[in-house]
Design a binder for this molecule. Structure first.
Ligand code: PMP
Length: 476
């Protein structure tokens, strides 16, 4: 019997959970055996229309000549993705891939979800753009629906076109509201790449050598690499120290991702946010939750990532999942804080345009009607459990973390020293792609698999992803 199939059988005898799933696993195992040990992608009753456009080589040639050299691609031979349907993507040859990255935690409802597509087409054919200087119901309807998803007094929405823009606006509002400049952010954070947000971002790889003032970066409450492990309260003390030693004693605010996405799916240590919230309030600042990756039901247990630590921020920023791929971002805050922007004129040509907000509204309805939060919880928990059991088998897996369908698998060449497996991850990722699974990669050292699929992911998809990862690591 193939080594891979043997390992599957061994794993099934280990835990109660797996015993319950035995028949499902046995079925999968026999199909793996039939395929000579190579896991097979779950069946999916859909074929895309034949692709007649340019080849990957032609596109790459144009891209090299006419597009910024800063743009990079995954994989030795970049993929030409030409079609998407729910949790699957298709290349130029009609080959189907399981999408474990979701356009970077963006396509929450699934690729080309018919309701979202319909909303975009309907609105485009009715009115694509006028200006917010006239009334239109699309933006107002979506703002009301979005406000309905927020806790507390977070009821006023400003639309933007991206996450960077949303965070720029939030940081400015905090500064205007408090009359202070100093922002506290976390090491390993990613909040955007414009002047202010690049300052809040704290990974050298994403920071250019340009002016970035007024941000202090606190010790990251990273349960895997941090000095205090999962003791959130101990890390929280550093925010207090930063304020006492590095500022006048008052700050504009604190910005955080409940689960750091670009930073490698680092979920802030438990019990970190409540004491930090108190410290920031004491210093007169506002608390800003960046929900660009963790928001819109992705964490499964809650609609927003910050809710997993039981705080209510003063400002919440969002993008990515808000539009299922359409360019859209938003800042949501209280009526009182929102007023600061009336001191001058604030205007954004495309922010809140009818097409994008129609898409956003459709996204909210799909998440609710299709119970995507519940699915993210159920399938995400199952996937995390299976990834965790893979850790028992492969020394190279140092950590499995995250919640719902925002999961990270950190690879190390030495578990004790936590040496980042930078080269190995590339090889494994390449093999996974060859076998039909696309996942993301990130983390400060570039050694973390980022798994952020569409929230319609199934248990069969989860099994396929883990089996492919298992097989690919075995082939190293
Ligand atoms: N915040 C977070 C948490 C992000 O992950 C990102 C994008 N990776 C941004 C902000 C910036 O969003 P955008 O790329 O839409 O400007």
């Amino acid at each position: 019997m193939h080594k891979f199939a043997t390992s599957l059988r061994r794993r099934t005898s280990g835990s109660d959970q797996f015993r319950r799933c035995f028949s499902q696993l046995a079925q999968r195992q026999s199909s793996i055996e039939e395929s000579g040990g190579v896991p097979i992608i779950p069946a999916f009753d859909y074929s895309p229309p034949p692709y007649t456009g340019p080849t990957a080589e032609e596109i790459l040639r144009k891209r090299k000549e006419f597009l910024s050299p800063a743009m990079f691609c995954f994989y030795k031979k970049p993929l030409n993705i030409v079609h998407g349907k729910m949790q699957y993507l298709f290349d130029e040859n009609g080959r189907r891939f399981l999408d474990g990255f979701g356009g970077i935690a963006t396509v929450n409802c699934g690729h080309c979800h018919p309701d979202v597509v319909k909303a975009i087409i309907n609105q485009t054919t009715t009115l694509q753009h006028s200006t917010i200087l006239y009334l239109n119901h699309s933006m107002a309807d979506f703002a009301a629906a979005l406000a309905g998803k927020m806790p507390g007094d977070l009821k006023v929405v400003f639309f933007t076109n991206s996450g960077t823009e949303a965070n720029e606006l939030a940081l400015m509002m905090a500064r205007l509201y408090t009359g202070c400049q100093d922002i506290i952010s976390l090491r390993n954070a990613y909040h955007g790449n414009a002047a202010g947000t690049m300052g809040a971002t704290a990974q050298s790889n994403w920071k250019f050598n340009v002016v970035q003032s007024g941000v202090h970066h606190a010790v990251n409450p990273d349960p895997y690499r941090g000095q205090f492990g999962s003791d959130g309260e101990k890390y929280a003390k550093d925010v207090d120290d930063l304020i006492q030693f590095g500022t006048s004693g008052n700050v504009a605010g604190f910005i955080f991702e409940a689960i750091q996405g670009v930073g490698g799916i680092v979920e802030l240590a438990p019990n970190y946010l409540p004491p930090v919230y108190k410290t920031i309030k004491k210093a007169g600042g506002l608390v800003i939750a960046d929900e660009v990756q963790a928001g819109f039901a992705r964490t499964g247990t809650n609609f927003w990532g910050f809710q997993n630590q039981g705080i209510v921020p003063d400002i919440v920023t969002m993008a990515k999942g808000i539009g299922n791929g359409i360019p859209l971002g938003a800042v949501v805050t209280t009526p009182e804080i929102a007023k600061v922007l009336t001191r001058r004129s604030y205007f954004n040509t495309f922010g809140g345009n009818p097409v994008c907000t129609a898409a956003g509204h459709a996204v909210l309805k799909v998440i609710e009607r299709e119970n995507l939060q519940e699915n993210a919880h159920v399938v995400g928990s199952y996937l995390k459990q299976r990834l965790t059991s893979l850790k028992d088998k492969h020394e190279i897996i140092g950590d499995v973390r995250g919640r719902g369908l925002i999961l990270g698998v950190e690879l190390v060449t030495d578990r004790k020293l936590k040496t980042p497996a930078k080269m190995e991850i590339l090889e494994i990722m390449e093999t996974m792609k060859d076998l039909g699974v696309l996942v993301g990669k990130g983390g400060f050292y570039g050694n973390v698999f980022r798994i952020t699929p569409p929230l319609c992911f199934t248990k069969e998809d989860a099994d396929f992803l883990v089996d492919v990862m298992d097989y690919s690591i075995s082939k190293l």
